[in-house]
Design a protein around this ligand. Structure first.
Ligand SMILES: NC(=O)C1=CN([C@@H]2O[C@H](COP(=O)(O)OP(=O)(O)OC[C@H]3O[C@@H](n4cnc5c(N)ncnc54)[C@H](O)[C@@H]3O)[C@@H](O)[C@H]2O)C=CC1
Ligand SMILES: CC(C)CC(=O)C(=O)O
Ligand SMILES: [Mg+2]
Length: 328
């Protein structure tokens, strides 16, 4: 918020509670007033949810329902998660520097379907009297086609290579996914399409991450692979995301959660949140120059040696933001 305000773009900000804070204040993680404000806003900048105090609540009251509910209610089906190596941070990657250098990939993750939203789901007792949990993994062809199109469109603006990641050797959902992606590919002859099973993709991400350009994948696989990609470029505290609807309205948030293990200590890296604000300016608010100013300020702060603990440094959250502000 401090970085956005410093740009002096005439933006008007309104805020609302979501997640554990909203539950504790009013008994629901996504209050109607919050959803209403989100609907009226031109764009949404989201702080992470998640609170260990709430982990034993019924699922519908857990903080995570705030973000899942916003994604579903607002039709935010397309999640863009870029992972790009900052040259000065290759030493912070979990990978050898020569493997981490030059990573520049975009994960296009489907965000409103898959096993996260499948119905039925629940608990039951098996005939043998055992407790059983079950979830439904599902996609229909329209859901796959629309995210596949966005994957191809995204690849077209990048290095024109799209890798669709699935588990089609085992899952019916993935077999449909792969068939539909191949059908959509007919409209994008200029984009090179490849397919990879998700287990191999997890391995290739650490062996040859530079080989990836654009990835299109489902909700669950994209969730997991994007955390992995963040470690490849240095830290989960670096990765922003955009969640877009069919008209380009969006919600912007770091890919990370509420980091309960370091919460309240002033240690969290704010760059993922700051870079999410830049994505918001670019995708929803049509202010590409302002987005570039933020991204350049982040790059300069990192080049100057600004580092929070996750990057091997000692700056606090606020001090890191100060360094970005100083470079705006
Ligand atoms: N979109 C959202 O709001 C998300 C919410 N969550 C929720 O967050 C809570 C914690 O989940 P975790 O699995 O621990 O994932 P997490 O992403 O919050 O944390 C994973 C690890 O990364 C570190 N980390 C995360 N963000 C960081 C940052 N900005 N700077 C430095 N280190 C950072 C944490 O300290 C932790 O060690 C859970 O309640 C989960 O459901 C998780 C992911 C996304
Ligand atoms: C809380 C989860 C549903 C979200 C998540 O892990 C993510 O979107 O990365
Ligand atoms: Mg996640």
């Amino acid at each position: 918020m401090r970085v956005l305000k410093a740009l002096d773009l005439g933006l008007r900000f309104e805020s609302a509670l979501a997640g554990g804070a909203a539950y504790k204040a009013g008994g629901h993680p996504l209050p109607p007033a919050t959803l209403d404000l989100a609907r009226r806003a031109d764009a949404i900048l989201f702080g992470a949810v998640g609170d260990p105090d709430c982990d034993t609540l019924p699922r519908e009251l857990r903080p995570e329902q705030a973000i899942l509910g916003l994604r579903k209610a607002l039709g935010l089906f397309a999640n863009l998660r870029p992972a790009k190596a900052f040259p000065e941070l290759v030493g912070e990657s979990a990978l050898k520097p020569e493997i981490a250098a030059g990573i520049d990939l975009m994960i296009v993750r489907e965000l409103t379907g898959d096993v996260y939203f499948g119905d039925p789901r629940g608990r039951r007792t098996t005939e043998a009297g055992l407790r059983e949990g079950f979830d439904m993994m599902r996609y229909d062809e329209a859901e796959v086609a629309r995210i596949a199109r966005l994957g191809f469109e995204t690849a077209r603006k990048r290095r024109k290579r799209l890798c669709s990641i699935d588990k089609a050797n085992v899952l019916e959902t993935s077999q449909l996914w792969r068939s539909v992606v191949i059908e959509v590919a007919a409209d994008y002859p200029d984009v090179e399409l490849s397919h990879m099973y998700v287990d191999n993709a997890a391995m290739q991400l650490v062996l040859r991450p530079q080989a990836f350009d654009t990835i299109v994948t489902g909700n669950l696989f994209g969730d997991i692979l994007s955390d992995q990609a963040s470690a490849c470029v240095g830290s989960i505290g670096l990765l922003p995301s955009a969640a877009l609807d069919a008209d380009g309205k969006g919600l912007y948030e770091p890919i990370h959660g509420s980091a309960p293990d370091i919460a309240g200590q002033g240690k969290a890296n704010p760059l993922a949140a700051i870079l999410s604000a830049a994505m918001m300016l670019r995708y929803s608010l049509k202010q590409p120059e302002a987005a570039e100013r933020i991204e350049a300020a982040v790059a300069r702060a990192l080049a100057d040696g600004a580092r929070t603990a996750d990057l091997g440094g000692a700056l606090s959250t606020r001090e890191m933001a100060d360094r970005v502000l100083a470079n705006l």
